[in-house]
Design a protein around this ligand. Structure first.
Ligand code: S3P
Length: 169
């Protein structure tokens, strides 16, 4: 495992970071942490409220601080928010402090998995497909830049993706 003790999952909304992360943590006997969840617990407010009140910029400031803090943990599987990689600082922390796994998926799969979800305010309005495509164009180079491993999550089941990651490490 390259001597590193953390696994950081990056990838777009609906890639399966939370579901696969939980499975991976169970297999590897590590603690599972979801950065969006920690952020909601700390603020006492759901993600869409934070976006409403503080805007995306306000959310990103909070997200950057949480990533800085959580990447200092040892022995965790961390599911990051899809936009965490936009911050240079967060990318540096993720790349330096754990094995970064990019969960790659299709727009179809993202649309299927993110229907009616309040933790994804970026696709609550407008055309979700166009938004997801635009975000992917902007972020895919950032995911691949810091990824130690890239795993496709489209076809395989959660268990087999988690096993594949374990075997690749
Ligand atoms: C976001 C992804 C979400 C959440 C927020 C913003 C993004 O996390 O952090 O809605 O910018 O792509 P998931 O990737 O877990 O859906």
């Amino acid at each position: 495992m390259k001597g590193k003790r953390n696994i950081f999952l990056v990838g777009p909304m609906g890639a399966g970071k939370t579901t696969i992360g939980k499975q991976l943590a169970e297999i590897l006997k590590l603690e599972f942490v979801d950065s969006d969840h920690v952020l909601e617990e700390r603020t006492g407010a759901p993600i869409d409220w934070i976006f409403d009140i503080e805007g995306e910029d306000g959310f990103r400031v909070r997200e950057e601080k949480i990533i800085e803090e959580l990447t200092q943990e040892q022995g965790i599987v961390l599911a990051t928010g899809g936009g965490a990689v936009v911050s240079d600082k967060s990318r540096n922390h993720l790349a330096a402090r754990g094995v970064v796994v990019y969960l790659e998926t299709s727009i179809e799969q993202q649309l299927e998995r993110t229907r009616r979800d309040k933790r994804r305010p970026l696709i609550q309005h407008g055309n979700p497909r166009e938004t997801l495509e635009a975000l992917m164009k902007e972020r895919e180079p950032l995911y691949t830049e810091i990824a130690d491993l890239t795993v496709a999550t489209n076809i395989s089941s959660v268990k087999s993706v988690a096993k594949e990651i374990v075997e690749l490490m």
